[in-house]
Design a protein around this ligand. Structure first.
Ligand code: PXP
Length: 233
């Protein structure tokens, strides 16, 4: 079974748009879990544009594992070590970007990342690195001692030619390096089936489409349908 992590950031985007307390991302997370989500993902951004600090312990208290998406900054490492979520996914973060536009350049930032990964691992947190499907990035992730990589599927989702082949090749490299394979970004009902067939895939993290679809079908049915699509033969 491929696990489905539901990213609830954009429930918080909607909440913050009006400055009220609703919709509560924690209520959305509870619903997603009831309808089959295997985990909840939340990105505490430096600018707190969606998820806020006070959301994190409430998400951690739920029954499904929490995947804390974060930039590799001293502030976020400190927050994560206090919170001790099940997992931390290190992502690149630029204030001006609309979303996480590309993978983390782990090969170019080894010295900065090594002590942060070690600190998170010492706190008992499973560390995952959000990277592009690139051999050098995957091999560096293994060298840095991260047990998991999440491959960025954004270019594939935007229809860039050759990306599915690139992801397949990368999945082989991930297996050769002995790492656990996750993937995510820009996935929808239509484009997820080929990604769910990547050899060795353990987990998908999906957010924006599911929250958008919730407007039409409700979040529970959207999660259930996605869970079915990623696991159907
Ligand atoms: N995985 C990671 C590491 C991400 O940064 C994001 C986007 O925040 C996602 C998965 C989910 O992407 P989307 O919201 O496009 O489904």
């Amino acid at each position: 079974m491929i696990r489905l992590g539901v990213n609830i950031d954009h429930v918080a985007t909607l909440r913050n748009a009006r400055g009220d307390a609703y919709p509560d991302p924690v209520d959305a997370a509870k619903l997603a879990i009831q309808w089959g989500a295997d985990g909840i993902t939340a990105h505490l951004r430096e600018d707190r544009r969606h998820i806020r600090d006070a959301d994190m312990p409430r998400l951690k208290a739920l029954t499904a594992p929490l995947n804390f998406e974060m930039a590799a900054t001293a502030e976020m490492v400190r927050i994560a070590c206090l919170l001790r979520p099940h997992a931390c996914c290190l992502v690149p973060e630029k204030r001006a970007e609309v979303t996480t536009e590309g993978g983390l350049d782990v090969a170019g930032h080894k010295e900065i990342l090594a002590p942060k990964i070690a600190r998170l691992r010492d706190a008992g947190i499973r560390v995952s690195l959000f990277i592009d499907p690139d051999t050098k990035q995957i091999e560096t992730a293994a060298e840095l001692g991260a047990p998991v990589v999440e491959l960025h599927t954004g270019a594939y989702a935007h229809g860039k030619g050759g990306e599915l082949e690139r992801l397949h090749h990368a999945a082989g490299t991930v297996a050769d390096c002995g790492l656990e394979l996750h993937a995510g970004h820009g996935l929808t009902y239509d484009n997820v089936p080929p990604i769910a067939k990547l050899p060795g895939l353990a987990e998908l993290n999906i957010g924006h489409f599911l929250i958008s679809e919730a407007v039409f079908s409700g979040l529970g049915p959207a999660v259930r349908k996605m869970k079915y699509l990623i696991n159907c033969p």
